[in-house]
Design a protein around this ligand. Structure first.
Ligand SMILES: NC(=O)c1ccc[n+]([C@@H]2O[C@H](COP(=O)([O-])OP(=O)(O)OC[C@H]3O[C@@H](n4cnc5c(N)ncnc54)[C@H](O)[C@@H]3O)[C@@H](O)[C@H]2O)c1
Length: 259
């Protein structure tokens, strides 16, 4: 039985934990916040110390998206784990090589990136950095299949992964079309769903992702490219919506209203 140690008992960590439990893995969840652990203690085995990672075959990290925090965690965690453990991060925007600088055995470290809702979205990104061993990549791809999901193995690092890079391009184009008043939000979505046969258009998708998450990602991208005028325009359009609490489906209003 594969023993999986999950760090971060938030939105993603708990969804990944549920998927792994369903597939018959032995799962232990750790979080630095006791309240986060208490919230999931009725559903999962939880621990309050990193030392419990000693038994793990695989570590899956889903803490906040902050490079310094991830480096601090991995510096401590990678000293505790077994030499043959597979070490993975669910990072959305950081490169594995950036985090790997803090990892004791960087050849065991890679990004293992899930897409919510994790139980239904079967795509899982598997992305190493230059030093990741092919064996580690293969083992995580194999484990992904055992979970009933589909590994998307990346040939090299990319900050947005394959799927997100394509999605971001579509979402950006949709927002710019609305800002330029080429068409309304609803009719842009309608054009997309009619042409592709997909159930949701770009604005409905953004309401699911959360406009706060969209804004956070745009802010992080702007920090990397401070002269990007397109990004500044998108941030200026998202910011007042987020300030009004229009975060999307989770608050009942975003680009659309939900009952
Ligand atoms: N939310 C998404 O749609 C999504 C999708 C794919 C990947 N991700 C990535 O998954 C990771 C987690 O995102 P989330 O949405 O689950 O966040 P979240 O805020 O819901 O959960 C993060 C958890 O990490 C804990 N934490 C913070 N610092 C910690 C530390 N040093 N040690 C242990 N625990 C710590 C927090 O207490 C919290 O419970 C991020 O890297 C994010 O980019 C998120």
């Amino acid at each position: 039985m594969t023993r999986i140690f999950i760090v971060g008992a938030g939105t993603m960590g708990t969804q990944i934990a549920a998927l792994c439990v369903k597939a018959g893995c032995a799962v232990v969840l750790y979080d630095s916040d006791a309240r986060a652990l208490a919230r999931v203690a009725d559903r999962f085995l939880t621990v309050a110390s990193l030392e419990a990672a000693l038994d793990a075959d695989v570590v899956s990290e889903s803490i906040i998206e902050d490079l310094a925090a991830k480096r601090r965690l991995w510096s401590a965690l990678s000293r505790v784990v077994r030499a043959d453990a597979l070490l993975t991060s669910n990072t959305s925007t950081l490169l594995p090589s950036e985090i790997a600088e803090a990892v004791e055995r960087p050849e065991r470290f890679l990004a293992w990136h899930f897409h919510p809702p994790v139980d239904r979205n079967r795509l899982v990104d598997v992305m190493g950095h230059a030093e990741t061993s092919p064996g580690a990549i293969d083992a995580i791809a194999e484990l992904t299949r055992k979970l009933g999901h589909e590994p998307m193995v990346h040939a090299r690092e990319h900050r947005e992964y394959v799927f997100n890079a394509m999605l971001i391009a579509v979402l950006t184009a949709a927002q710019e079309l609305a800002l330029d008043e080429v068409a309304s939000v609803a009719s842009i979505d309608h054009a997309w769903t009619t042409a592709t046969g997909m159930e949701q258009g770009p604005f409905a998708i953004m309401d699911l992702i959360g406009l706060d998450t969209m804004l956070r990602n745009a802010d992080a991208a702007l920090q990397r490219s401070p002269n990007d005028k397109r990004l500044r325009r998108l941030i200026a359009w998202l910011k007042p919506k987020v300030a009004r609490g229009e975060l999307g489906k989770k608050t009942g209003v975003g680009f659309y209203r939900y009952d």
